[in-house]
Structures are given as structure tokens and as C-alpha cells.
Design a protein around this ligand. Sequence first.
Ligand SMILES: Nc1nc2c(c(=O)[nH]1)N[C@H]1C(S)=C(S)[C@@H](COP(=O)(O)OP(=O)(O)OC[C@H]3O[C@@H](n4cnc5c(=O)[nH]c(N)nc54)[C@H](O)[C@@H]3O)O[C@H]1N2
Ligand SMILES: Nc1nc2c(c(=O)[nH]1)N[C@H]1C(S)=C(S)[C@@H](COP(=O)(O)OP(=O)(O)OC[C@H]3O[C@@H](n4cnc5c(=O)[nH]c(N)nc54)[C@H](O)[C@@H]3O)O[C@H]1N2
Ligand SMILES: [Mo]
Length: 734
Amino acid sequence: MAPGRPVSLCHWGAFEAVVENGRLVAALPWNNSGADPVMIGKWPDLVYSDTRITQPHVRRGWRDGTGRRGDDDFEPVDWDTALDLAAGELARVHHEHGPASVFGGSYGWSSAGRFHHARTQVRRFLAAAGGFTDVAGNYSWAAAQFLLPHVLGDDSAVSQAATDWATVADHADQVVAFGGLNAKNWRVTSGGAGSYRIPETIQKAAARGVRFTVVSPLADDCPPGIDTTRISARPGSDTAIMLALCHRAVATGRADRGFLNRFTTGADQFIAYLNGNDGTVKTLDWAAALADVPVAELHALWDSIATGRVMLTASWSLQRGDHGEQPFWALIALAAMLGQIGLPGGGFCFGYGSMNGVGATGRRGYVPMMPSLPNPVTQSLPVACFAEALAHPGRVFDFNGTKVTAPDIRLVWWAGGNPFHHAQDLNALEQAWQRPETVIVNEPWWTPTALRADIVFPSTTTVERADIGGSSRDLWVFPVPKVIEPVGQARNDFDTFCALADRLGCRAAFDEGRDEAAWLRHLWGRSMARGRAEGVGVPDYDTLVAHGPWPVPPDRRAEVLLQDFRDDPDAHRLATPSGRIELYSETVAGFGYADCPGHPAWLPPDEWLGTAAPGELHLVTTQPARQLHSQLWQVADRRPEPVRINSADATGRGIAEGDPVILLNARGRCRALAQIDPGVRSGVLIMATGAWFHPGADGTELNGNPNVLTAWRQTSALAQGCAALSTLVTLERE
Ligand SMILES: Nc1nc2c(c(=O)[nH]1)N[C@H]1C(S)=C(S)[C@@H](COP(=O)(O)OP(=O)(O)OC[C@H]3O[C@@H](n4cnc5c(=O)[nH]c(N)nc54)[C@H](O)[C@@H]3O)O[C@H]1N2
Ligand SMILES: Nc1nc2c(c(=O)[nH]1)N[C@H]1C(S)=C(S)[C@@H](COP(=O)(O)OP(=O)(O)OC[C@H]3O[C@@H](n4cnc5c(=O)[nH]c(N)nc54)[C@H](O)[C@@H]3O)O[C@H]1N2
Ligand SMILES: [Mo]
């Protein structure tokens, strides 16, 4: 162990663990990295929270088929009893209904260490045990994930590939950020980070004179401390603005024909649409009416991007709404019109305001990943469709040119995710969740999902086990030491699955003959092999553990998205059918989806202010500032979750700061605390996700989880992505 305090790691940063008499007593941000001290400091409360699950439990009514998940109580059992029950049940369901009837997609962030990543562990176990129905895509950016391969050849540009911030700071004249650059989102990185440099790089950019424009319903989305032009458009109207700017580029003769001809295909079809082949010319006036902003603001926006080096960005939130594919495709089209794709500081990028790490420069590939195992069940459900599939076995979903049939799910296994926080229409999920015969959950805490299981396995947390962690473009890789003994009878998910695999006769396939120590050494061996291949000096495992966090040698090349392609589009053909950026895709058009045609298009959201009845408001659900989704909620200070509302909307409803309010629509009722914020666009409510679903006797969600109001509707038949950000509600005083 390195001298000084042990360094541990979570998705919200690296921390020094202060341990006294075997107890974690404090957690401090490591190495002045810039991690949020408030979030980090919650670790001791989290570990010893009274919501910890300290031994295995079985729902009382499960064995005799009585009671109801969510209402029933739990019987503590010993480990062998719980393991025997779970293994027996998995074997029974496999035997009677086949592996596809086991749903093990288990979506969720789990924890930062890459070996003890619960979701990977449960999916390895279920694959080794005979197979399971998995999920396709993620909640964060599924619309982009399945659209971008048709447009750019792969989906790397949604998060993995981005022009680095330093290059933007050095070369851009103007950054236009649709969805903004909300600093709260930089507190988090999947896998955990040791450096947080975006805020200082943005300051550097501003100091160099880079101008920032943010299109967003929320003032907080402007980068902190920087003079920013804000266009407070209606949520869901971004595509109209982008299309109108494209039209303006064409109409003023500023569209870069040379770029369009050489690097794109389908510009003619797209321009015909801009010019009104559907009966509507996509003018700035047209967009200003849809976005409900003064047209002068859009003229000024056009003037600001018509010259100079312009970086166009969109946050992931834009594509988590109805027709979420369109704003990303339209932004690429706009960047193509400006002709700066592949130039330093120009073109487009996604996710800059969404997570720490997007636009960072660290060398990739040195954080080892736990490999998955081949799954005998090959059909996967689009992730945001799982609840609907649970409710409707046999339902057929269109999906990216294919049909996916919902299997008859009899057993659900979740480890490392909290669907009763993250899924849409939680009241409907509550009904669907009663259908399977058995639900098994591994969790450190009594989350709403654990409380709706039949068999509950208590899991350790990061500080109770050894691991290796980090994130792809960070500057560090972390050996993560075990700093305290497991709380209560908690076990590592890996050990739980080993014991289950023993009972099912698939232990060798699951653990490949390795224990925790052997796996960590093995996984690190892959990073060492990479280092040898790339000429990067990588410490051996013992040195890594002895010295603590390893600074990954920097990769000095600046990163510019699609620079290779721009330099030589024939040598670096994109993996699209044309080898070019597709502004019109024959493949997408060929799918024949009304909700995702062959080129970027304005398709009004199903729920938005453009269709709102009098009094209805557009609820935008965002990521919580000082939680990671539902993680840290059990130690949060404020209950229920605040809802931010514009002063005029609040006054008109007789609502004052701090008043308890009810948000409601046909799907649910949700309690919240009013927080008056003049920075919120009129007609819009902003509420963070993350509260633990807890409906009261009359069905009102008491903790403030807005997913009782969101719908099962997905982005489109193409991606079937989460569209939670398109939701209309009314609001009243409680
Ligand atoms: N309305 C609306 N809904 C949304 C979104 C939105 O913007 N609006 N955003 C969506 C997005 S982008 C995402 S990514 C999802 C996030 O949804 P989730 O990923 O489900 O959220 P988390 O709260 O991170 O869930 C992780 C769970 O893993 C548990 N856990 C942590 N460590 C371990 C471990 O070692 N072992 C086990 N067994 N469990 C562990 C935690 O206690 C927690 O319950 O939410 C989605 N839902
Ligand atoms: N602190 C913290 N950071 C996080 C997370 C967390 O849980 N906590 N979660 C991480 C995860 S999993 C993900 S996927 C990312 C998500 O990253 P994002 O999706 O980018 O984050 P959000 O906070 O949901 O939304 C960002 C902003 O988009 C704006 N917005 C919403 N709808 C619209 C719209 O229609 N048009 C425009 N122009 N703006 C709109 C909102 O005002 C909001 O503040 O965040 C990551 N970062
Ligand atoms: Mo996400």
C-alpha cells in the first residue's frame, strides 16, 4: 500500500478513505482533483446507512404465491437458504420456459470498479448458466447510438470520439451549445475520474475570446462564470432551429457546396426538404414560431455562425425526447453546411455538457474491462422497452430495421441498476412487475427495486472489496484497495454468483478458475500487454498496487473529430454505405418509419408546449446535481425532490418558494417542493431524477420521482430510445 491514506474510487471521483478502528469515518477528494467534496464526503453515511441490506432476504408471500411485490414484507434467511432458492428457481425457469424467459439485461450504472461491476457480473453469470434475454442500447443516448451508424458509420461520436476541449479553446471563435454545458454533469464519469479539467478549459477558451451561445430552457445550462448568449427555446424545438439555420445557409449561398459534395451524400434530398417539398419552407420565422423565441434571436444566431470557426454541440438530453434522433442528425447537417467538420475547433460534437471526460485528452484503453460471456439467447430488447415487454409478452417492436418480439419473461434478475428509479411510467411498471414468477435483486441498499424483489442478496460496496477502475479518457488508472470489512453479511456480487454457479454446475465457465485476486492480476495483464504493443511503460500489478493511482502517460496528439476523414475521405471512408456523411440515408428511408424518415426532419414531439392544453407545463427531467441518479439519495438533504418553476408560472398558481406541490397527468401524481427560479423558461418545469419511488396510499409518489409522470413512448421505431424528456403535466399546490 502506498504511504498515506488508501485511495478509493467511485463514479463521482477518487477519494482518500479515512479509516479508524476498521470503520470508514471520512472521505476526502483525492489529489485536489476537482471532484465534488460534498458528494465524496457522503461515503461514510452511505456505507453505514440504515438502508443497508445486511443479510439475504426472501419476500414472505413468494414461497406460497401470496402477497404483492412492493406491499409484502421480508423474512431474513441465511446465505445457503437464499442461494439454494435462487439457484433452484433459475434452473426451474430455464427448464420449464427456456433461457429467453429469464430477463437479465439489468441496466444500471453499478459501481466504478471494473471487476466488481455488478451488471457485468450478473450478465456473465446468467450467460454461463444457460442464457438470458439481454437489452440493446443504453438510457443515456440510445437514439444517437442507433442513428449515428447510419449517418457517420459508427456511434463513436456520441461519447467516445470528440474534439478535445483544449483544441476548442485554442481554435474556436464561437461555441453554440444546444442543451447547454451544465457544470453539474461534469461531476460524474462512468468508471470514475482523477481529473476534472473542463471548467478551467472553458475559462481559458473564454479568456481567448471564444463566444458561447446556449440554447436551453434553463439558465444553469450556461457555463459558469462566462458571459453567454442564451436562447430560451421551448424544449423539443431544437431540430426546428437547426433546420432553419441549414435553410438560411442554403438561402444566403453560404452553404459550403464543396464540403457537401466531397464529404456528404444526400444533400440534394435534404435541401429539397428545407426548401419545402413537404409544403413548409424551413425559415427562421417558421422555427422562431415553433421554438417560441423572437426571430431576431435566430437571425443573430445565424449571423454569429455564418463566419469564423464554429463548434456546434448538443447535450445528450436533446436526444432523450420524442424523435430524439432528429436533433443529432440535424446538427450534423448544420455542421456540414458550415463545412468545418474535421477542422480544429469547428464542426460538431455531442455530450460536451453531459459528462466529465467527453472532450478530455487522456490516452485510452488502459482501464481493463471485465469481459462478457457469449449469451446463448441472441435476441435483445431495446432497453427502454423492457417494461412494456414485461407487461405484454409476444408484443413485436420495430427496432432499427428489425422486429423484436417480447419474450414471455418469468424471472427477472437485477444487479447494479435501479429500474424503479430509472424507468418511465413507474406506476405501469409496478403493474407489469407483478407478472414474472420470480424477481431476484443484488443490492447494497433497500432501494425501491430491492423492496420489490422476491429474493434479495446483500452486496458489498466499493470500499469493502479490491478492484481496478478508471474511465476511458482520464489521466489515471486506480488500483482500488479494500479498506473495510463487508458491512453485515454483505458479499461481493462475484462471490454470490460463484456460489450460485457452483450449485448450477457452471462455476468454471463463470469464474474461469480465478478468484478476485487472480482476476485483478489477469485483467491488469491485458493493460500491460497493450502497453507493450504501444510502447507505453505500464507498471506490473504488484507495482500498481504498491504505488497507488497510476498516471497514464499522456497521448500528446490533439483530437479533432473526423479529421482523418477530412484529410483523406477515400483512405478514411466512413462505414456508411456511401463512405460519406449521410444527410439522406437510403437505409433509414428504406425502413419506412414515419417517426424517423431518411433525412433530418422536423417531427413535433407528441408531448410538448406546442400541443399543451391551457395550464399544462413541459416537465424536463434532468440529472441530479449532487447524486448519481438514485445513488446517494438515501443520504440526500432535501425531501421531496425540488421542482424548479419560473416566477410567473408560480405566482399565477399561488405557489411560493418551498411550497409542497403536486405534478400530475394521466399517468401519475408526484410530490415535489417548489423552487422558484427566474432562469427557467416560462411554461417549463425542471426536476431532477433520482428520488426513490415511494407511492403513498392514494398512489401519489411521495419522494418526488418524476418517472411516475413520464411515458413508455420511445424516441422512434429506429432506436426505441428513452424519450423521458417529452412530458406534459399540470401543477398545483398540495
Ligand atoms: N425521467 C428520466 N429518467 C431517466 C433519465 C432522465 O434523464 N429522465 N436518465 C436515464 C439515464 S441517462 C440513466 S443512465 C438511468 C440511470 O439509472 P440507473 O443506472 O439504474 O441508476 P443508479 O441509481 O445509478 O442505479 C445503480 C444501482 O446500482 C446499485 N449498486 C451500486 N454498486 C453496486 C454493487 O456493487 N452491486 C450491486 N449489486 N449494486 C450496486 C446502486 O445502489 C443503485 O441502486 O436513468 C434513466 N432515467
Ligand atoms: N451530477 C450528475 N451528473 C451526471 C449524472 C448524474 O446522475 N448526476 N448522470 C450522467 C449520465 S448517466 C448521463 S446520461 C448524463 C446526461 O447528460 P445530459 O442528458 O446532457 O444531462 P441532463 O441534465 O439530463 O440535461 C442537460 C440539460 O439539457 C437541457 N434540456 C433538456 N431538454 C432540452 C431540450 O429539449 N432542448 C434544449 N435545448 N435543452 C434541453 C436541460 O435544461 C438540462 O439542464 O449526465 C451524466 N452526468
Ligand atoms: Mo445515462
